[in-house]
Design a protein around this ligand. Structure first.
Ligand code: UD1
Length: 436
């Protein structure tokens, strides 16, 4: 993984041709790896993406006493039979929002967890009150003190309950599902989130002996089991990684086969790109993306699945910045997800942000500029814009992008993009942009 000492340099304005293979889903992996702690046996997990959030997750599992063995670059075996430690190291937790899944996993199996309040991308206020309410409904005592969350089950263990989520939350749904997997009796999660990675986590747990029904609908029922056993599971393809490469082709033009996707998961993104004049052909596990003509304007509102994903908002905005006409983007999930707009303006984009709405007036072309990634998907969107822009774009702070994209440079070079990873002096990386 690369530090602030590296940046991407893109010579843009060239269409993309060829094939890109999609890796396993980051958002599924960061739930499934902690869930492996619940298994009293060895789990073999396949199609694990090589990204820094996975490396961190595996470091945390090792620090807790799990035996972690890399079988090959995308397969890992995790043996959690001898976990004795329920306190997650603070420095590791802070680097990753998804570390909150350790609470559900440890509480679910061992009845206690001590996890520092999670870090991750700064997208606005990111509370965990729904997670805590869910654990409490299962009978746990939860305290937040000195930057840590302390969760403890009663002596008799967690007990199934009906939990109504008053807001659709991916994180809370996954966390409560884990805690409930080994609680006594039946848990019903109402108004559950329906994202593909929720179904993937349920499928993983069920493969290991859990009894979870209804994942992918808004009512999930979990009948607690006493023990989870070992097994083999393969993570689903990454919807957002695939969507990002579709956006690259939409912005830069060309004809690319995106391989190893679940086309159904892509519907929310495919239909928007089609509205914008991009040709998309599904073929089994592959999607062909062709962009020959100028992009057309459209409006986008991000919503929980099956709506348009908030994790694709910056990338589609990069495309809209080049579309004919004026588009409206409405961010329906987070308060602070337009921090990249100032960077886009340096490329000549015309975007005005007012609260959760961005008005995007398409321009004929963007011009390359030195930029700095400010979060994971914002960084990905800068790559999309850089590939389409005329001239050279340099993107600093790429450690954000490496949290979620497996071999981004290699995959894009494979379709003819001129993108290089280069070392730069610290000062250079930090002076790439004044925005922060
Ligand atoms: C969200 C996205 C997910 C994306 C991730 C990172 C949705 C529904 N979820 O997941 O697709 O990958 O951001 O960009 O699109 N909330 C509370 N209390 C809580 C938990 C959440 O009020 O305890 C609120 C949040 O402030 C937010 C909304 O619920 O407004 C959705 O949050 P949630 O789905 O939990 O966030 P993530 O799991 O991070």
């Amino acid at each position: 993984m690369y530090s602030a000492l590296y940046k991407y340099v893109i010579h843009g304005g060239k269409p993309l041709f060829g094939e890109i293979e999609i890796s396993g889903a980051k958002n599924a992996a960061v739930g499934i790896l902690p869930a492996a702690l619940m298994v009293d046996g060895v789990c073999r997990i396949e199609n694990v993406p090589q990204i820094s959030d996975v490396t961190l997750s595996l470091d945390i599992l090792s620090a807790l006493g799990a035996e972690v063995r890399l079988v090959n670059k995308n397969t890992v075996e995790i043996d959690s039979r001898h976990i004795r430690n329920f306190t997650v190291p603070d420095d590791l937790c802070r680097k990753m929002r998804a570390s909150y899944y350790l609470i559900g996993a440890l509480l679910g199996r061992f009845g206690r967890a001590q996890v520092s309040m999670p870090g991750g991308c700064n997208l606005g206020v990111r509370p965990i009150d729904l997670h805590i309410k869910g654990f409490e409904k299962l009978g746990a005592t939860v305290d937040v003190m000195g930057g840590f969350v302390y969760a403890t089950a009663p002596e008799s263990g967690l007990r199934g309950s009906t939990i109504y989520m008053d807001q659709v939350s991916v994180g809370a749904t996954m966390n409560v599902m884990m805690a409930a997997a080994m609680a006594k009796g039946l848990t019903v999660i109402e108004n559950a989130a329906k994202e593909p990675h929720i179904v993937d986590l349920a499928n993983f747990l069920n493969t290991m002996g859990a009894h979870i029904m209804g994942a992918g609908t808004d009512v999930i029922k979990v009948r607690g089991v006493e023990r989870l056993h070992g097994g083999t599971y393969s993570i689903i393809p990454d919807q957002i990684e695939a969507g990002t490469y579709m956006a690259c082709v939409a912005a830069a033009g060309g004809n690319v086969l995106i391989k190893n996707v679940i086309p159904k998961h892509m519907d929310c993104i495919t239909s928007k790109l089609e509205e914008m004049g991009v040709e998309i052909r599904e073929d089994g596990d592959n999607i062909r993306v062709i962009r020959k003509h100028h992009l057309r304007r459209t409006n986008v509102k991000t919503m929980p699945y099956p709506g348009f994903p908030t994790d694709m908002q910056p990338q589609i905005t990069a495309c809209l910045a080049l579309a004919r006409g004026t588009s409206m983007v409405n961010e329906g999930i987070w308060d602070n997800r337009y921090r990249y707009v100032d960077e886009f303006k340096r490329m000549g984009a015309r975007i005005q942000v007012d609260g959760k709405v961005a008005v995007v007036e398409g321009v004929e072309r963007l011009s390359g500029a030195p930029l700095r990634a400010c979060d994971l998907r914002a960084g990905a969107a800068m790559v999309v814009a850089g590939l389409a822009a005329k001239g050279t774009t340099e993107i600093g702070e790429i450690h954000y992008i490496e949290r979620g994209y497996d071999d981004l440079v290699g995959k894009l070079r494979g379709v003819g993009a001129e993108i290089t990873l280069i070392a730069c002096p610290d000062d250079d990386a930090n002076s790439a942009s004044s925005a922060g």
